[in-house]
Design a protein around this ligand. Structure first.
Ligand code: NOJ
Ligand code: CA
Length: 689
């Protein structure tokens, strides 16, 4: 790959002092490099350029090769001139940070945070001389940057209508992209698209791109707090511009001093490197909640899949799932098989009519007459099980906020310490009502207002030691580091689409998620449907072994065993893996993977010396070699292997064919994984006791 000739002509390199002398004179060149910073291991380099009109841009190189070429920076305001041209550099500072921090729960216990920071301080040359800093943090595995606005007399409030922020990919012609469109009626629950880069329109993040030379880049953002979510719109060949999710007032409103979320690029020569990167977490603020050991990562079962199969209902009546007797059955099942949690949906008043269309009737304090909440909470407690709460808002978000405190107090009293929340409605249909009986204003799921709503829920719940798991959420931007009771979320097509999706999830879906949606954080996918049929007997396009592999591949600290108890009774041999697999990890690695094709992930249990492996493929069979060098040398492990049978396939009845095998292995061994079309493999490596 070469630097485009035009870009080369535009660029000259002279010492900063010399540039400042020239800057007033009219220059025949377009831009001058005014600051540069390398990552700690000199893998990545960022350069900041300033054009003669005072426009700021940046570039990124990896190992000396351009990855991001000239990309503009700036903001468009509603009340005042754009923050775009006529900037001059006032100062710059670099600094280095190298520390490690511990996750209270997560994919790994210890995270290294090692970066070089470049802060460039700009002021406008004329007009109001407004000030704006641009801060880059450059890691070996990625880059984050944000705008910062110091307190200043001429710009106290900023109403941000849009950004000029660009991301211009080098060598776009041979690049591929994996993405879902933004601005659609569906929020994030769409099938991922694998297209040439120049077929991308407007996309949600994370969006993952592979350049012709094999470099992988995932664009996303970190610490989305009190701001609108960023979409990426392709405006020219390889050039994207940040677009802000719409705001009801037409702009994101901020008071200085403030900073935007980090705009992030994870960059690696392999897909697995994107997943192993901790960039997003590192760019978030440390834990603000203190000791959160009250949150227990755990697996759960629940009154759930029956509703999606339509054999049970959320509303009361003959099919009502959330009855006292049915819930007791689930509590017994959970106690017998070692699950901590039992989720019950449809337990409260409000589901009976068209709940999709009206969330204003939900009562989060009132159980239905056939659901004895007090008795069930006590019964669960007597069995060492915890009910998991459910708050479906159907997007009547202000209505929910008015009941939230009392609802959390009720749950706290009953020992219910995890709540699944829900925001079922089309995009842009979140209902906000600032005053009771006042007008209802519509917001987007990823609007500034709704980003604040989620934090109101999470911080209020934290006061009562309750963890939150939203469905139809705002996208994850790593805020679990700051608020570790924000434990999981949905935010992509989960298992439910295998019940009623048109179309259901295709075999490539999970290998796609690993390198797109999962780069943002944990997902409550709700795997483990071993009966392999959806609504009206629709076959699910997966094998049994793949369902098991999902517990390792799709990380969440709350992980559901989604099938009905009576279905697990028929698959006790495979179910054993679901019982054994942990949900909290010491370390995580990705030995192999290609976006949307296949992925293998190995993780070490946090509470034992055991390792686990999960591997999934798309519709194609795979033979993958995995070196077991991650195991502790000199120890012999018992590998309990759950794999596709020789003639297994996601098609027809072959999807039920699976084999279980036990072998002795050591760190010197290499395993050959044979994955059936649409299949997978799950392994527990039991360390010597
Ligand atoms: C959508 C959620 O994803 C699903 O898990 C839940 O059952 C329904 N909403 C009802 O809240
Ligand atoms: Ca959903």
């Amino acid at each position: 790959m070469t630097v485009p000739a035009q870009a080369k002509q535009c660029r000259f390199r002279i010492p900063l002092a010399a540039f400042l002398v020239f800057a007033g004179a009219s220059l025949s060149v377009h831009a001058a490099t005014i600051a540069t910073v390398n990552s700690p291991g000199n893998v990545l380099n960022v350069e900041i350029d300033l054009s003669k009109e005072g426009r700021i841009s940046y570039r990124v190189q990896r190992n000396g090769k351009p990855v991001i070429t000239d990309s503009l920076l700036g903001l468009r305001l509603r009340d005042g001139a754009q923050l775009f041209p006529w900037f001059k550099l006032q100062g710059k500072q670099t600094s280095t940070v190298d520390d490690t921090w511990q996750q209270p729960w997560g994919e790994s216990r210890t995270v290294r945070n090692h970066y070089n920071e470049l802060r460039t301080q700009f002021a406008e040359t004329g007009r109001d001389q407004r000030r704006m800093d641009i801060v880059f943090r450059v890691y070996d595995d990625g880059v984050g940057f944000r705008y910062e606005f110091p307190k200043q007399p001429k710009q106290q409030e900023l109403a941000i209508q849009g950004e000029f922020t660009e991301f211009t990919l080098a060598d776009p012609k041979s690049a591929k992209a994996w993405w879902i469109p933004a601005g659609e009626w569906n929020r994030y629950e769409q099938l991922y698209r694998a297209t040439p880069l120049d077929a991308v329109g407007i996309a949600h993040t994370p969006i993952t791109v592979k350049l012709g030379d094999g470099t992988h880049i995932a664009f996303h953002e970190a610490a989305l707090v009190d701001y609108a979510g960023m979409w990426m719109q392709r405006i020219d060949s390889g050039k994207f511009r940040a677009v802000l999710s719409p705001s009801s007032g037409g702009a994101v409103v901020k008071q200085a001093p403030f900073h935007t979320p980090w705009r992030t690029m994870q960059i690696s020569d392999r897909a697995g490197g994107l997943y192993e990167s901790n960039l997003i977490l590192n760019l978030n603020e440390p834990n603000k909640l203190g000791d959160v050991s009250w949150f227990k990562p755990a697996k759960y079962v629940g009154v759930w899949w029956g509703m999606h199969l339509d054999t049970e209902s959320w509303g009361v009546g003959p099919k009502h799932g959330a009855t006292t007797a049915n819930t007791m059955r689930y509590i017994d099942f959970a106690a017998e098989h070692g699950f901590r949690g039992v989720l019950v949906e449809g337990w409260n008043v409000g589901w009976d009519k068209d709940w999709f269309a009206n969330g204003w009737v939900f009562d989060f304090l009132k159980p239905t007459p056939d659901f004895d909440l007090e008795k069930l909470a006590a019964y669960a407690k007597s069995k060492g099980v915890h009910l998991i709460g459910h708050h479906e808002t159907a997007c009547a978000v202000s209505h929910y906020e008015r009941q939230m405190k009392d609802a959390f107090a009720l749950y706290e009293r009953l020992g219910i310490d995890v709540i699944k929340t829900g925001y079922v409605c089309d995009a842009g249909q979140i209902e906000r009502q600032d005053k009771a009986k006042g007008p209802v204003i519509r917001e987007w799921h990823d609007s500034q207002w709704n980003s604040n709503h989620h934090l109101r829920v999470v911080t209020e719940a934290a006061k009562r030691h309750i963890a939150i798991n939203p469905h139809e959420p705002i996208k994850d931007t790593g805020l679990r580091r700051t608020y570790p009771n924000w434990v999981s979320r949905e935010g992509a097509r989960g298992m439910e689409y295998n019940a009623w999706g048109e179309p259901p999830n295709p075999p490539e879906h999970e290998a796609m998620l690993v390198f797109t949606r999962m780069l943002s954080g944990p997902m409550d996918f709700t795997p483990g449907v071993l009966s392999l049929v959806g609504k009206n007997g629709m076959p699910i396009q997966t094998t049994i072994a793949k369902q098991l592999a999902l517990y390792v591949v799709l990380y969440s600290p709350v992980q559901m065993a989604a099938d009905l108890p009576e279905n697990y009774e028929k698959h006790m041999d495979a179910f054993q893996f679901i019982k054994d697999v942990p949900v909290d990890w010491e370390a995580t690695r990705v030995p192999n993977g290609e976006v949307g094709d296949y992925a293998t992930i190995v993780r070490k249990d946090r509470n034992s010396a055991d390792w686990y492996l999960g591997s999934v493929t798309d519709e194609n069979p795979r033979t993958l070699k995995v070196k077991l060098a991650f195991l502790e040398p000199g120890k012999t492990y018992e590998a309990q292997i759950y794999r596709d049978a020789k003639d297994s396939s996601y098609q027809g009845d072959k999807r039920f064919k699976f084999d279980k095998e036990t072998r002795q292995v050591t760190a010197k061994d290499t395993l050959t994984l044979r994955l059936a079309p649409g299949g997978g493999q799950a392994i527990r490596f039991v360390a010597p006791r």
